[in-house]
Write a protein that binds this ligand. Sequence first.
Ligand SMILES: C[S@@+](CC[C@H](N)C(=O)[O-])C[C@H]1O[C@@H](n2cnc3c(N)ncnc32)[C@H](O)[C@@H]1O
Length: 276
Amino acid sequence: MIQVSPLARDPHALYEAAVQAVDHDLDFCERVWRTVRGGRFRLLREDFCGTALLACAWALRRRENRALGLDLHGPVLAWARKQHLARMGGAARRVTLLRRDVRGVTRPAADVAVALNFSFWAFRERDALRRYFRAVRRSLTKRGLFVVNAFGGSEAFQELAEKRRVAPSQGPDGLRIPGFTYVWEHARFNPLDHRLLAHIHFHFADGKKLRRAFTYDWRAWTLPEIQEVMREAGFADAQVYVEGWDEQRDRPDEIYRRRRHFRNQEGWLAFVVGVV
Ligand SMILES: C[S@@+](CC[C@H](N)C(=O)[O-])C[C@H]1O[C@@H](n2cnc3c(N)ncnc32)[C@H](O)[C@@H]1O
C-alpha cells in the first residue's frame, strides 16, 4: 500500500489536487499558440503562480521550455521550491520564481503569459486591471499571447456552496493524498459592483474540516469587460474560448472552442486570450 503523504492536510497540496488541471491548461495554451502563431512557444510567464505547479509542468514538458513565476507571497514560493523545484533535477534551472507584483514588467519578454483560476479578479477597479494588463503586454514579445480565464452563467453569481469529491491522488512527494471533499463557497455577492467574497474549505473522511483554507475578495469581471480592458491595454485582439457541454453525459465536455456568441448556461467556464 502506498504511504499517506505528510502533505495530506496541507492546504497548498489540497488546492493543487482539487483545483488545478495544469496539463489541460498547458495543452490549451499550446493549441491556441499553434493556431494563432504556428509552431511552439518557449518562455511562459505564470502570474499569481502560488506553488508554481504550472510553471514547473511547463519546464518539465520539453528541454527547450523556460518558465517565470511571479507571486507576492514569500512563503508560497518557498513551498514551491521545496515541494516542486527540489524534485525536478536539472529542469529546475529552467524555472525562475520571483517575489514580485504581477503589475511589474519582466524581461526577457515572454511568449505566453497566463493568469489562471481567476486570480486577476483580485484587481477590483478597472484602472488597476488595465494597469496590470498593460504590464503584461509590455512583458510579452511582439508575437505574445496572454491567457486568462473567467466563469459566469445564469446561476453563477449568488450565495452558494458547491461540494465536489476529489479522488485519491499523488502529492508532490509521490505519496498518497487520500480522497477528500472540496467546497467552493460564495459567501457574499453584491450585484451592484460584482464584488464576490469566496472561500475554499476542505472536508476529510474522518469528519475533520479545514475551513476557509483560502479566501478571495474579488470582482467578478464579465467577458465583455475583460475583452474591452485587454484592448484598452494595447492588445490587438481578445478572443473568447468557451467550454462546451456534453448533452448526453449532462456535464462539461472539457473542450474550449472559440466563440463569437453562445447560449447562456447555468454555469460556464471560458478562456480569454489577449493577442499582442
Ligand atoms: C489563487 S492563488 C493562484 C494559484 C495558482 N497559480 C492557480 O492558478 O490556481 C493566487 C496567488 O496570487 C498571489 N497574488 C495576489 N496578488 C498578487 C499580486 N498583485 N502580484 C503577485 N501575486 C499576487 C497570492 O499570493 C496567491 O499566491
